[in-house]
Design a protein around this ligand. Structure first.
Ligand code: NAP
Length: 323
C-alpha cells in the first residue's frame, strides 16, 4: 500500500486501543495518513502497553484529553460503551472535526452517541468488516483492513465532504468502502456475522455440556469441523455480548428464519429426503466459490493451514490486562 502524498487528517484521536484501534494506528502511521496520533484507553495497563508499542504520539488518561483538538476522532470501544464516551468527549470536540466509531452494530450506536455530539462536528459512523478472535493492542496489525469492506452509515443531512474524507481515510487504510443505511447494515451483519457467531458459541457450549464426548474426543477429532467453530467462539466476550444486546431486533429476525430453515433440514434427514439435502448443499457450495472469487477468502484447502507444521499456540489474549 503506497504512502499518502499528504496526511488526510492532521490529528487522529483513538478512543480505545484494542485489536481495531491499534490496527488503525499501525496502518495510519505506516501509510502517512495522519500527522499525529493521540490515544486513550480505559485501563492503566493498556495505556502503558500503547506507549511501549509506540502506537500513539501521546497517550492520555481521559478520553476528553485525547479527543480535544483532534480532526478525526475514532471511538474503538465495545458497542455498549460508545454512548458514555460520547458524553465525555462531546463538550471538548473541535468544531469541524469528523467523529466516527468502528462498532459492529450501527443503529444503536447512532442512537447512543448522536445526542451527545455538538452540531459543529460531523458524525460519520463506520464499521470495518475485518477482525480476528484476538483482542488488545498487541493483537492489531497494519494489514488487517486490506481488501476488506468498511461500511459507513451517515445519517441523512451529514456533510458529504466529511463522508468523502472518512471514505478516503478508510480506502487508504486498505479497505473497500460502501455507504448504507444503519438499519440495513444491522440486518445484513446479523446474518453474515452475528448469527454465525451465536451458532459457534452455541455449538461449542453444547459440546462442553456433553461431558463424556468433550473429555478427550472433541479435542482429538476437532478437525472434523468443530475446530473452525472454536476459533469463532474464542472471540471477545464483552464485544459479542454488546453486539447481541444492541442488535436485538435484527438478530431475532434472522434467528427466526434460521430456525425455520433448520426445521426443513431436520425433516429431510428424518424422512430420508436426500434430494433436498443434496440440492441445498450444492447451492451453499456455490456461495463459498463466489466468496473466494471476490477475494474475501482463500481457495486453499482447509483455509490454507499448513499441515505437518506444528505452530506454537497463540499467546493468551491480553496477558497484561487488569480486568
Ligand atoms: P478490544 O481489542 O477488546 O479493545 C477494546 C478497547 O476498548 C480497549 O482499549 C479497552 O480498554 C476499551 N474498553 C473496553 N471496555 C470499555 C469501556 N466500558 N469503556 C471504555 N473503554 C472500554 O476490542 P476490539 O476488537 O478492538 O473492538 C472494538 C470495537 O470494534 C467494538 O465496538 C467492536 O464491535 C468493533 N469491531 C470489532 C471487530 C473484531 O473482530 N474484533 C471487527 C470489527 C469491529 P482496556 O484494554 O483498557 O480494557
Amino acid at each position: 500500500m503506497p504512502e499518502a502524498d499528504k496526511p488526510i487528517f492532521e490529528r487522529l484521536a483513538l478512543i480505545g486501543v484494542g485489536l481495531i484501534g491499534s490496527s488503525i494506528a499501525r496502518a495510519a502511521r505506516q501509510r502517512g495518513l495522519v500527522q499525529t496520533i493521540a490515544a486513550s484507553a480505559r485501563s492503566e495497563a493498556t495505556r502503558r502497553r500503547v506507549a511501549e508499542l509506540k502506537l500513539a504520539d501521546q497517550v492520555f488518561d481521559t478520553n476528553a484529553e485525547a479527543a480535544k483538538d483532534a480532526d478525526l476522532v475514532i471511538v474503538c470501544v465495545p458497542v455498549g460503551a460508545c454512548g458514555a464516551v460520547a458524553v465525555e468527549i462531546g463538550p471538548v470536540l473541535k468544531p469541524g472535526a469528523v467523529v466516527s466509531d468502528v462498532g459492529s452494530v450501527k443503529a444503536a450506536i447512532i442512537h447512543d452517541m448522536a445526542p451527545h455530539l455538538p452540531k459543529s462536528v460531523h458524525f460519520v459512523p463506520a464499521h470495518p468488516v475485518a477482525g480476528t478472535e484476538h483482542s488488545g493492542p498487541d493483537a492489531g496489525f497494519a494489514e488487517l483492513f486490506d481488501n476488506r469492506w468498511c461500511i459507513l452509515t451517515p445519517v441523512n443531512g451529514t456533510d458529504p465532504e466529511a463522508v468523502e474524507r472518512l471514505k478516503a481515510f478508510w480506502e487508504a487504510l486498505g479497505s473497500n468502502v460502501e455507504i448504507m443505511d444503519a438499519q440495513h447494515h444491522d440486518m445484513v451483519l446479523a446474518i453474515t456475522s452475528h448469527v454465525p457467531h451465536l451458532i459457534a458459541y452455541n455449538i461449542v457450549h453444547t459440546a462442553e455440556h456433553l461431558q463424556q464426548v468433550t473429555e478427550s474426543e472433541v479435542i482429538k477429532f476437532s478437525a472434523g469441523g468443530f475446530r473452525d467453530f472454536t476459533r469463532i467462539a474464542a472471540s471477545d466476550p464483552t464485544m459479542w455480548r454488546d453486539v447481541f444486546l444492541h442488535n436485538k431486533e435484527a438478530v431475532l429476525e434472522m434467528l427466526g428464519r434460521f430456525s425455520e430453515d433448520l426445521a426443513v433440514l431436520t425433516r429431510a434427514i428424518r424422512y430420508g429426503d436426500g434430494k433436498t439435502l443434496f440440492d441445498l448443499f450444492t447451492r451453499t457450495r456455490a456461495i463459498r466459490r463466489s466468496i473466494i472469487e471476490v477475494g474475501q477468502e482463500t481457495a486453499e484447502p482447509d483455509f490454507g493451514r499448513k499441515h505437518g507444521v506444528k505452530e506454537p499456540p497463540a499467546p493468551l489474549p491480553r496477558p497484561y490486562a487488569s480486568d
